[in-house]
Design a binder for this molecule. Structure first.
Ligand SMILES: Nc1ncnc2c1ncn2[C@@H]1O[C@H](COP(=O)(O)OP(=O)(O)OP(=O)(O)O)[C@@H](O)[C@H]1O
Length: 257
């Protein structure tokens, strides 16, 4: 399965924010959306999720216009983790993750549903929080619970908008590494907005770099994440260095340093 954006543009009112964005995300691929604040990452993810229908252009899922999909079919296909969560206070973590099964459930919860929920809680290391209320969790714990809810949804496409913004260093690395493993094993697909360029370099297969709502570059992380691109797009001096494990990482500091 694959998602393709075809010359997608987007506006808020009369203000254009995305211009002519075209890329594909194929089965088994993790695609990073990168770019500075306000470059259009969240808007593009919401457009792909059909929360904001495109002002022009198309989102195609395996060649079918996403806007033509039945909402239940779309919920089985697309799992969206927003940047900011809306949640009902005094709902338990278990109930929150169980909502991920909603597209598959009729009137009752099956043993299979509960097994998927258990597995999703375990994958995000939140099993011990299952009986807690979501409003009584830390920001990072809540973020992991909402990722677990999306895992329970078992979608073909994961759309994650800065899913690591509240996570500590270990959970940032573990979450993106785990998602990459799931996507590669399941042959699902993930589009993920990130600010950490080293997470993109290490754990993604393709990078779409946005600048002012336009595609600045699209390609493999090594092709896109060059010292020149980081300077042009973020205004930051970066250096690509080899670490002691033989991996290339970006080392950066403000451009006036
Ligand atoms: N609801 C809205 N109404 C009007 N303008 C908006 C709205 N949401 C976002 N914008 C504008 O659209 C542009 C793109 O915003 P968007 O949130 O997509 O950027 P982003 O790359 O996700 O930024 P960040 O890294 O800060 O999350 C910005 O100029 C922003 O001010």
């Amino acid at each position: 399965m694959k998602i393709a954006t075809e010359s997608v543009s987007q506006k808020y009112g009369n203000v254009p924010v995305l211009h002519d964005i075209s890329f594909t995300a194929d089965a088994g691929e993790v695609v990073a959306l990168l770019g500075p604040n306000g470059s259009g990452k969240s808007t593009l993810i919401k457009t792909i999720a059909d929360i904001l229908p495109p002002a022009s252009g198309k989102i195609l899922i395996d060649g079918t216009d996403a806007s033509a999909l039945d909402p239940i079919d779309r919920a089985k296909l697309i799992g969206y983790v927003p940047q900011y969560f809306h949640y009902t206070p005094f709902t338990t973590v278990l109930d929150t993750v169980l909502i991920g099964r909603r597209p598959y459930m009729s009137w009752s919860v099956t043993d299979d549903d509960l097994a998927v929920v258990d597995n999703s809680l375990a994958t995000m290391h939140v099993t011990d929080l299952a009986g807690r209320f979501v409003n009584e969790l830390s920001g990072g714990q809540r973020q992991r619970v909402f990722i677990a809810r999306t895992l329970a949804q078992q979608p073909a496409f994961y759309l994650f908008d800065e899913p690591t913004s509240s996570l500590d260093l270990r959970h940032q690395l573990e979450t993106v590494a785990t998602m990459q493993k799931i996507v590669h094993e399941e042959k699902s697909c993930m589009i993920i907005a990130l600010h950490d360029l080293n997470l993109a370099l290490r754990y993604t297969d393709k990078v779409v770099m946005l600048k002012d709502g336009r595609t600045y570059a699209c390609g493999t992380p090594e092709e896109v994440l060059t010292e020149d691109a980081v300077r042009d797009v973020y205004g930051v001096c970066a250096e690509i260095v080899e670490n002691s494990h033989g991996r290339f990482i970006l080392s950066y500091a403000p451009s006036d340093v």
